[in-house]
Design a protein around this ligand. Structure first.
Ligand code: M6R
Length: 614
């Protein structure tokens, strides 16, 4: 994780870097730092906590010390060593001539450290990064050139890294390197930028070079030279960046999360526009690169993902098995990696990831690829490392998601999975066109139904206030909405720090029911459908133990009256498509509870948006 920004050119580097870091805070925000190339020395400023702490320190410096035209900066998500000023980047060597910022993990740092200590290195922090700083410094003593020093040092490193490095004796350049961690070079006129992600540079340039694994770049104000792992000078394509700066504004909403929840009707509309014209039209999925023959041979599907994307995958399993009748397994990427999974050329492996940078999922996908399975990637970042592993790339086009809590990307992932399931069913003739038509009709009705929910959030706000002091929360559902219960609990946990758990409602009686008393809120999702009566019975069981019952339902039923303490009514929708509506209510509930509690909604503690370490 962690965010890196570098700048060299005519502008005031510190301003570009701090602004860039503020757009990368989603990658980590437990400490931050900058190194500025001044005359004959490098000035380093660091602070524990949010970027604002660093900004405050910098605002107190002499203009002469910070008015420089080259520098590097970092916002951290701690992996080695607690969040503190000493562990914050940039790190440096004994003589402080060299500075480095790093995203990733140097796996062999414990082997390298004693070797460097024998040479005289004095380490100050607990980080793996400081080891890289000392290693490159020794290489520099020998080679007297920063590019050569980095090229030589990276060959001795194991693990993942995206680096930016400066040396005070070579003030006209920054060296960048990458392996298994994202890094782009923003290309400007007489100025160049380095960043972990597009938002940091988009205000200044729409042109960028994506560094590939094992490449090292020498970046000056008026040139960018890239070298491959054999140190040969090579030419990388200059690409046009896909975002508009406006995507980074809150557009009047108090938080990005709320803005992103409210974008959901448009996100769904955008996805449907090209892919599903009307209820009787076939789904258009040109992104799927399997021939009809290959499609027919697919006898197993494996979905691999983490967190919210994993919950989308669980909904996908229900839909795919229901419509395309292909056995589908869903597994957390971190579990998939460490066992001998059964997959072959007739297996379709679907990786789901908002960021496309999640290390666990990338490793799992590489493992599946080695077994010759067809790899489909559902992602919001078609420029990501995961996207580059895809045989079939299915971009969700939800637009940039800034809030750490995933919302609109979840709905977009659900839509992609619904469309993929229908596409598979249409190509294998596993479900009647009449049945598929019904589901398509429901999908097409989603944007307006989402708008109905979003246009009147009074009830959700009331309930959020009422339950915001709860210590625990239980979410129950059955069938296709069980993943909604998991996702609702995850949302609440990550932004309010309330202990929340999602259960299949039928499991309550097998243990969790022991937790129930008159302080415990139990939120039940009840949709008109096959499991409606069953879940109603589970609610009765919870009520008999005095739980505070909240219902989210699309059915007006007399039985609800004496059962539920609070009820949220949503528009009518089929069970199959209901997860997309239900989750919106649960996202709003988590948002408002977090708001009432005064938590940092967009940047919850201990988290980062993009988890690029295993
Ligand atoms: O970028 P990805 O979808 O691969 O990220 C996976 C998880 O890290 C992510 O969904 C995480 O659980 C979010 N914070 C959920 O809101």
């Amino acid at each position: 994780m962690c965010g890196i920004v570098g700048y060299i050119g005519k502008r005031k580097a510190v301003e570009v870097i701090l602004k860039g870091l503020s757009h990368l805070e989603y990658r980590g925000y437990d400490s931050a730092g900058v190194a500025l190339m001044a005359k004959d020395k490098i000035n380093i400023y660091k602070a524990a906590g949010k970027l604002n702490n660093l900004k405050e320190i910098i605002s107190k410096q002499n203009e002469a010390d910070i008015n420089t035209h080259a520098g590097i900066g970092h916002t951290r998500w701690a992996t080695h060593g607690m969040p503190s000023e000493i562990n914050a980047h940039p790190h440096t060597c004994n003589c402080k001539s060299l500075v480095i910022v790093h995203n990733g993990i140097i796996e062999n740092y414990k082997d390298l450290k004693p070797v460097l200590e024998k040479k005289g290195s004095k380490f100050k922090s607990e980080t793996d990064t400081e080891v890289a700083a000392h290693l490159i410094a020794y290489e520099f003593e020998e080679k007297k050139d920063l590019l050569k020093a980095v090229q030589s040092a990276v060959k001795k490193l194991k693990g993942a890294y995206a680096f930016s490095v400066m040396h005070k004796t070579m003030p006209d350049r920054i060296i960048a390197a990458r392996k298994n961690a994202p890094l782009i070079i923003g290309v400007g006129e007489g100025e160049n930028f380095i960043a972990s992600d597009i938002p940091a540079v988009i205000e200044y340039t729409k042109k960028a070079i994506y560094l590939s694994d094992n490449q090292v770049a020498e970046i000056k104000a008026d040139s960018v030279k890239i070298y491959d792992e054999n140190d040969n000078l090579i030419q990388n394509k200059v690409e046009c960046l896909p975002f508009e700066p406006v995507a980074l504004s809150k557009m009047g909403y108090k938080h990005y999360m709320l803005k992103e929840i409210h974008e959901q009707p448009d996100v769904v509309r955008n996805i449907l526009t090209d892919k599903l014209k009307n209820k009787d039209a076939e789904v258009v999925l040109d992104d799927v690169k399997l021939t009809r023959e290959q499609l027919k041979k697919i006898n197993r599907i494996q979905i691999i993902a983490c967190g919210t994307s994993l919950h989308a995958g669980l909904v996908g399993k229900y839909v795919i098995e229901e419509l395309a009748k292909i056995p589908t397994d869903v597994e957390a990427s971190s579990e998939y990696i460490y066992r001998n999974t059964i997959a072959d050329e007739n297996t379709l492996v679907i990786g789901i990831s908002q960021s496309g940078e999640t290390a666990d999922t990338i490793t799992a996908i590489k493992q599946a690829k080695a077994k010759n399975s067809h790899i489909a990637i559902i992602t919001n970042r078609k420029d990501s490392a995961m996207a580059r592993l895809a045989d079939s790339l299915l971009p969700i086009n939800a637009g940039i998601e800034v809030s750490v809590a995933a919302t609109k990307s979840y709905i977009a992932q659900l839509l992609s999975l619904y469309l993929l399931a229908i596409y598979l069913a249409e190509n294998t003739n596993k479900t009647s066109s009449k049945e598929l038509s019904e589901i398509k009709k429901e999908l097409l009705s989603l944007p307006s139904k989402l708008e109905i929910i979003l246009n009147d959030t009074k009830k959700v706000q009331e309930i959020s206030k009422k339950y915001s002091n709860s210590k625990d929360f239980i979410f129950i559902a059955r069938g296709i909405n069980y993943p909604s219960a998991l996702e609702g609990a995850l949302k609440l946990k990550e932004i309010s720090y309330i202990n929340a758990t999602g259960y299949p409602a039928g499991e309550l009686k097998h243990g969790p029911i022991a937790m129930l008393d008159n302080t415990m809120p139990v939120l039940a999702i009840l949709n008109k459908g096959t499991v409606y009566d069953k879940i109603l019975s589970n609610c009765e069981e919870a009520k008999a133990r005095q739980a505070r019952l909240i219902g989210v339902t699309n059915l007006i039923d007399e039985k609800h009256k004496n059962l539920f303490d609070d009820l949220i009514l949503i528009p009518e929708i089929s069970d199959m498509v209901s997860p997309a509506l239900n989750i919106t209510v649960l996202q709003l509930l988590a948002y408002h509870i977090s708001e009432y509690l005064g938590k940092d909604v967009d940047q919850p503690r201990n988290l980062a948006k993009s988890v690029t370490v295993e």
